[in-house]
Ligand binder design. Structure first.
Ligand SMILES: Nc1ncnc2c1ncn2[C@@H]1O[C@H](COP(=O)(O)OP(=O)(O)OP(=O)(O)O)[C@@H](O)[C@H]1O
Length: 309
């Protein structure tokens, strides 16, 4: 049996529309499933946790219907049941998960792909682990990437912005992040940041953002770390340091193609154990959801059976 956890408000109501079509397809094909709607933020995690315990080995796969935030929540709900195959039917505004894992972008194609692939034996993929604060307490997971600094502020601003809703209606969701970045560009104060990667320390004096990713994409299609792969056992780091606001603007334009990595101010690192501390707390997002402020400690585990390409 398939379990679908549906965020009806993802992508400004796209979640419900996508699910209505997906349900018709499942019914037409006589596929056994149960579906549950999320009622508020955080609910997808609770549902995934409870349903995994309730239905255990009867579950063929657990599928999130929504955006990257819903996917993040469902994956965290499966933290104690990471053997359950996990997939997503995209219905959000950013949809970086499907880009990064090579899933079809059209919801019904993604559904058909999931139905075909979920019975196959699935390998375990890397999942990022984060702990906020200095202590290794309160372990949580991320699947796409973490953004610290300017990027965290952009995610926070975008999630509250009214234009995210109408851009979603026009199917231009990813543009919302770009507009937020433009609006915050001249207000943002860069910070000194210390990053420890597998025991080696790097000091950066004027940091705009630190991105720590499991896949190449984040922020709704930005190819922030073109080489990041979810099966190489490493987290990839991109630090953007010492740029003037207008240079950040240029970098932002080029990030959709991954060309920003040619800039001198862009430093790429890779590792398994990462610690980020800053002179002042910096806003942090995980998979687009604001989770708090730095300092943060990150590691990687081979965990989730992700239904992908
Ligand atoms: N019923 C609900 N009412 C209000 N918020 C909800 C509900 N269900 C889930 N949420 C919250 O909605 C937020 C947005 O969901 P999601 O990220 O899936 O969509 P999105 O923002 O449109 O897509 P993306 O993250 O790909 O840009 C998440 O923070 C989630 O916790």
């Amino acid at each position: 049996m398939y379990i679908f956890i549906v965020n009806p408000i993802a992508g400004n109501g796209k979640g419900l529309k996508v699910w209505t079509k997906a349900r018709k397809e499942l019914d037409k094909r006589g596929i056994a499933y149960r579906s549950f709607y999320t009622k508020q933020a955080g609910h997808a995690t609770e549902l995934a946790k409870q349903l995994a315990e309730l239905y255990k080995e009867k579950i063929t796969a657990m599928i999130a219907v929504g955006g990257d935030g819903t996917i993040h929540e469902v994956m965290n709900g499966l933290s104690k049941n990471a053997h359950i195959p996990f997939g997503a039917v995209p219905a959000g505004s950013g949809n970086d998960f499907v880009r990064g894992y090579g899933l079809p972008r059209r919801p019904l194609s993604a559904l058909n792909h999931i139905l075909k692939r979920s019975s196959a034996s699935l390998p375990r993929y890397d999942v990022g682990v984060y702990h906020l604060g200095h202590k290794h307490k309160g372990k949580r997971y991320f699947i796409n990437g973490i953004g610290i600094g300017f990027d965290g502020e952009v995610a926070k601003y975008t999630n509250q912005a009214s234009y995210k809703r109408w851009l979603n209606t026009l199917k231009l969701g990813p543009l919302a992040y770009f507009i937020s970045a433009l609006r915050l560009l001249y207000k943002y104060q860069t910070k000194e940041v210390i990053i420890r990667v597998d025991g080696r320390e790097y000091v950066f004096s004027d940091v705009w953002l630190v991105a720590i990713c499991n896949i190449a994409y984040y922020g709704g299609g930005m190819k922030i770390i073109p080489d990041a792969r979810p099966n190489d056992g490493k987290l990839n780091i991109c630090v953007i340091d010492r740029l003037k606001p207008w240079q950040v603007l240029l970098a932002l334009g080029s990030v959709y193609f991954g060309w920003h990595t040619r800039l001198k101010a862009v430093k790429l690192l890779k590792g398994e154990m990462i610690q980020v501390t800053s002179e002042e707390p910096m806003t942090v997002h995980a998979d687009g959801e604001i989770i708090g402020t730095s300092p943060i400690v990150l590691t990687i585990e081979k965990r989730s059976r992700i239904i992908c390409k």
